[in-house]
Design a protein around this ligand. Structure first.
Ligand code: PRP
Length: 222
């Protein structure tokens, strides 16, 4: 489907805001988007096909070219380090990546255990801090780890702060702000230039712009 765009959408936390943003940009996403259990949804009139993926897998689909574009959190981008272009900060689903633990958790000095969904990001962060740690890779419910003695601290996303609070944990360091990004497969960016440029422009017009552009002018690579 050369003249169709395939978009990898992250299910979960980002999904609703991403759908709203696309609707604001005049892409006619039907109500079944939110209601259905379908994993592929096609919208004939827009010539767009949506793949509903696990957030951590979105950059993989885009790197392999089975999706031309995708929406992925900066957290996922940093963890996965995939070869894709990050063309636009969508400024949705803002949250931050933090180190947290039980109160006083920062005091353990020798090789503390750090539980996280982001082993690469966490390892890099503690390396830069000059702290030797042992990383424990989990897939979710990270806050459990210090509560049951699996880890001394965690590195995880904090959004409202409710999960930390309700589980008696405190934030110890704020690592960085996270927002969702529009990512593009480099080959698709050349082959489907017109459709992708239009999508980027339409999204740019509805993004609640807060800061600098994400970076490079990717058109130079075409
Ligand atoms: C994320 C994150 C925290 C929680 C933070 O988990 O990993 O657990 O949200 O949100 P809050 O600050 O608003 O409480 P998610 O719901 O994505 O599920 P997970 O535990 O399976 O990773």
């Amino acid at each position: 489907m050369v003249d169709w765009l395939t978009v990898a959408m992250p299910k979960g936390r980002i999904f609703h805001e991403a759908v709203e943003l696309l609707r604001k940009a005049d892409y006619p996403l039907p109500p079944e988007f939110e209601d259905s259990r379908k994993l592929i949804i096609e919208i004939e009139e827009a010539k767009m096909r949506f793949i509903l993926a696990k957030p951590m897998d979105v950059p993989t689909y885009v790197e392999h070219g089975v999706a031309d574009i995708g929406i992925a959190g900066k957290d996922v981008m940093l963890e996965e380090e995939r070869v894709v272009y990050e063309v636009l900060d969508l400024n949705i689903s803002e949250c931050h990546l933090a180190v947290a633990g039980l109160a006083g958790a920062e005091k353990k000095s020798f090789a503390p255990k750090i539980a996280t969904k982001y082993p690469n990001v966490a390892a890099k962060y503690f390396r830069e801090q000059g702290e030797q740690v042992e990383i424990i890779h989990l897939n979710g419910s990270i806050e459990l780890a210090p509560m049951i003695g699996l880890a001394d601290r965690i590195v995880d996303i904090v959004s409202t702060g409710r999960t930390l609070k309700e589980n008696g944990l405190v934030e110890l360091q704020n690592i960085m702000t996270i927002t969702s990004r529009l990512i593009v497969n480099p080959a698709s960016y050349r082959m489907k230039a017109e459709m992708i440029d239009e999508l980027v422009e339409r999204l740019k017009n509805v993004v609640a712009w807060k800061g600098e552009a994400t970076g490079e002018d990717f058109s130079l690579n075409r």
